[in-house]
Design a protein around this ligand. Structure first.
Ligand code: ADP
Ligand code: ASP
Ligand code: MG
Length: 434
């Protein structure tokens, strides 16, 4: 008997009919003889609504308009108390629906397991899961329906794991229970070469390496939360991304028949036989660009700019520096869109020390990235990418690279064109391969 973790995202539990459909997937696995721990998200849209209520209760917008320090946030512990409630509802409902189908089941809140986290409310990290009792119940044939996204912080307060965090709950539970596999049921039937909502000619990958999935997720493909991929890679959890909208009877074959064709398996690189140079294209629109014009070009300037930003806990991503002949430097870099106002504020305060002429911020930008472990052994991918974008008249404002990815910063208006152009360039359209 194998132990499986099944995770259902928001659209897969959006209403009672979908919850019944999810329950049929669980029932199929139970009938195949598997022990099942099921992790659920809140109903689609529910978490956004809860976050909206928290912000309204705090008068967040008015405070911002009044120029109050945006970092003086509302109480993260209360935010977590509110936003974790969506998963409490769906875990209870799925347990009831399973019981109604004659499947033994009970719901578990994060604190009941307990799934312990640190105290970084709103984006807490999991520090441990006590699975003894859960394991006993699973072995006794009871399905555990676990509320995703939530845990318990050291001070005995409810915590949440950051948006999209149920993926991480599922993988962490998979690691703690040493599950055979962690199945992520969502509204697409796997990981595609790029977001299928943007490029209809995107195709599903049978397998993707942890490293590539990590880059895809952190560069904007929200199909899996970045932390969940990090954790799966560290702990060797096999993750299968699959559709909850497939007929629940479909794909019920036991694991010895393999999982090929059911979705995308996220696994170690050496388990992938056929490897493309570029496996996927990701894009993100949630970054903002900051430009400092005419800084005196002298040693220590970069430290004076990035030091105060780091102290304010603002992460900087791409950086470009242009030195002109008149002895001045222009510095452009990106931060998370939600940090832009704070970043500008910090830099304004530091203007005298840095000595720049003008400061600009903009959110009309997009980051488009090509990802593939094959880049390690292939030269010239960047050059190909830059000339294809140039041919379409797309201007590159910044570049960053790693061993297995190249990212460019461009005008947001060209994001979709750039994604489609690169998708074709690297032979990813429909089923053609380079
Ligand atoms: P869930 O609610 O199940 O957690 P999400 O909305 O978080 O689902 O993630 C699934 C969505 O991710 C898909 O609907 C798709 O639009 C988007 N997505 C972005 N990039 C990709 C990709 N490369 N492959 C598959 N889906 C992607
Ligand atoms: N419900 C949470 C969110 O919307 C967690 C999740 O869906 O993974 O972010
Ligand atoms: Mg998600």
């Amino acid at each position: 008997m194998a132990l499986l973790v099944l995770k259902f995202g928001g659209t897969s539990v959006a209403d009672l009919e979908r919850i019944r459909n999810a329950a049929l997937h669980v029932k199929r696995e139970v009938e195949a003889g598997h022990a099942c721990a099921v992790v659920v998200s809140a109903m689609a849209g529910q978490t956004n609504q809860l976050v909206g209520w928290v912000e309204e209760a705090w008068g967040y917008e008015e405070r911002q308009q009044n120029g109050e320090d945006a970092s003086a946030h509302y109480d993260g512990r209360e935010y977590d108390a509110v936003v974790s409630s969506g998963e409490q509802v769906t875990s209870g409902l799925l347990a009831i629906v399973l019981q109604a189908m004659g499947v033994k089941a009970r719901s578990w809140q994060g604190w009941q397991i307990p799934l312990r986290t640190d105290s970084a409310h709103r984006a807490a990290r999991i520090i441990g899961i006590d699975v003894e009792e859960l394991k006993g119940r699973l072995n006794g044939g009871e399905v555990a329906v676990v509320a995703g996204f939530q845990g318990i912080a050291p001070e005995n307060r409810i915590s949440t794991l950051g948006r999209g965090g149920s993926d991480t709950s599922a993988v962490a539970l998979g690691a703690a229970l040493q599950a055979e596999r962690c199945d992520i049921y969502t509204d697409v039937d796997g990981v595609y070469t790029t977001d299928p909502k943007i490029v209809p000619r995107a195709h599903r990958l049978d397998r993707i390496s942890y490293e590539e999935m990590l880059e895809m997720a952190s560069l904007g493909a929200k199909v899996l939360q970045t932390r969940s991929v990090e954790l799966a890679m560290q702990r060797g959890v096999r993750v299968l991304v699959r559709s909850s909208f497939d007929h629940p009877g479909y794909g019920g074959q036991p694991p010895e028949h393999g999982v090929e064709g059911l979705g995308t398996l996220v696994c170690h690189e050496d388990e992938i036989v056929e490897q493309n140079v570029v496996s996927g294209i990701a894009y993100a629109r949630d970054e903002a660009k900051v430009t400092l014009l005419k800084i005196a070009d002298k040693p220590g300037v970069a430290a004076q700019v990035f030091g105060p930003l780091a102290s304010a806990n603002i992460n900087v991503d791409m950086i470009v520096q242009n030195v002109s002949e008149d002895g001045y430097t222009d510095l452009t870099f990106t931060v998370q869109g939600s940090d832009l106002d704070r970043a500008l504020e910090v830099l304004r305060k530091a203007q005298d020390r840095i000595g720049y002429f003008d400061l600009r911020g903009s959110t009309d930008i997009a980051k488009v990235s090509a990802i593939g472990v094959g880049m390690r052994s292939h030269a010239g991918v960047a050059a190909q990418m830059f000339s294809a974008l140039a041919e379409k008249g797309i201007n590159i404002e910044a570049i960053s690279t790693s061993e297995i990815k190249i990212s460019v910063l461009i005008d947001a208006a060209y994001a979709e064109l750039a994604v489609r152009t690169l998708h074709s360039l690297f032979g990813l359209d429909s089923r053609e391969r380079p």
